[in-house]
Each structure stands twice: as C-alpha cells, then as structure tokens.
Design a protein around this ligand. Structure first.
Ligand code: C2G
Length: 137
C-alpha cells in the first residue's frame, strides 16, 4: 500500500485542485489530504470564503481522496509522514524546493500548477461580479 500525502487550503474548490489531487493519487494507492484549518490560514495570511468543515466535506467527496486530516501547524508534516507511513509527499510547484528537507522521510514531488486558475482570482471575480450586480440595481 503506497501512501501519498498533500497539504493545502483548497478554498473555492476548482480544476487546479482536481488536477493536483488526480495526479497525486496516481502516484500511489492511497491519498491523504491535510486541509489547512481556518486558524492556520489566518497564520498564512489567507482569508478563506469556504469554512474548514465545508472544505473537508468537499474534499471527502472527491474520488481521488481517501482520507482528510487537519493541517494546523507548519511543523506537523514530519509527524504526519511517520504516523501515516507516507511514501510520497506531493505539492504544487509554487512550493518547489520548500519541502526538500522531507526527502529523508519520503519521496518529495512537486507537480506543475494548473495555469489560469486560482482561489484568489476566483475571489476577485466574485467581488467584481457582486459590484456589477449592485451597479445594475
Ligand atoms: N494548485 C495547483 N494549481 C492551481 C492552484 C493550486 O496545482 N491553479 C495546487 C497548489 O500548488 C497546492 C494545492 O493545489 O498543491 C492546494 O492549493 P492551495 O489551497 O493554494 O494550498 P496552499 O495555500 O498553497 O497551502 O503546508 C502547505 C500549505 O498548506 C499549502
């Protein structure tokens, strides 16, 4: 049983997340996703639109995801890898090089990000749309 793990906020679940999870799952038999809690995201300077428990439920509904755990601390990765017998750590290449120090515990893979989509861009589009709606009323 080859176990893969990845970490992220996964706000406003979109095709970039799906592509990442699909490719991550293809690297093993089981995919664990550690989802950033709302409090941890505040520490990342990220404000999420979708609350943690909804982001968990959305990921649990994804065919590529076998288990969802909370990410509440930058330093939990080593413990998670040991606890869940992880063989492969995967994350998008916007993080390239940032987690190389995990390579003594497991394989570290950076996957190419999907272009032209991001939760941030979606939030901006929602703001513009909301403003346009107001202007039309
Ligand atoms: N992603 C992607 N393509 C996009 C957007 C995101 O491949 N267009 C990937 C990211 O590279 C990441 C995952 O989808 O691997 C989740 O993205 P975010 O929710 O933005 O995750 P992030 O806030 O970067 O959190 O400890 C690690 C952090 O928790 C990562």
């Amino acid at each position: 049983m080859k176990t893969v793990i990845t970490y992220g906020t996964f706000d406003l679940f979109h095709i970039g997340h799906v592509n990442l999870l699909k490719r991550a799952k293809s690297l093993g038999d089981r995919l664990i996703v550690a989802v950033s809690t709302d409090e941890f995201n505040q520490g990342k300077g990220k404000t999420t639109l979708v609350p943690y428990d909804h982001r968990v439920a959305i990921l649990e509904s994804c065919r590529y995801v076998d288990q969802v755990i909370p990410e509440s601390d930058w330093a939990q990765k080593r413990t998670d890898i040991a606890k869940h017998n992880v063989d492969v750590f995967v994350i998008g290449d916007d993080w390239k090089g940032k987690f190389d120090e995990l390579s003594d515990l497991c394989e570290v893979v950076y996957l190419e990000r999907t272009t032209d989509i991001s939760s941030t861009a979606m939030k901006q589009a929602i703001l513009v749309f909301t403003q346009l709606q107001k202007d039309l009323l």
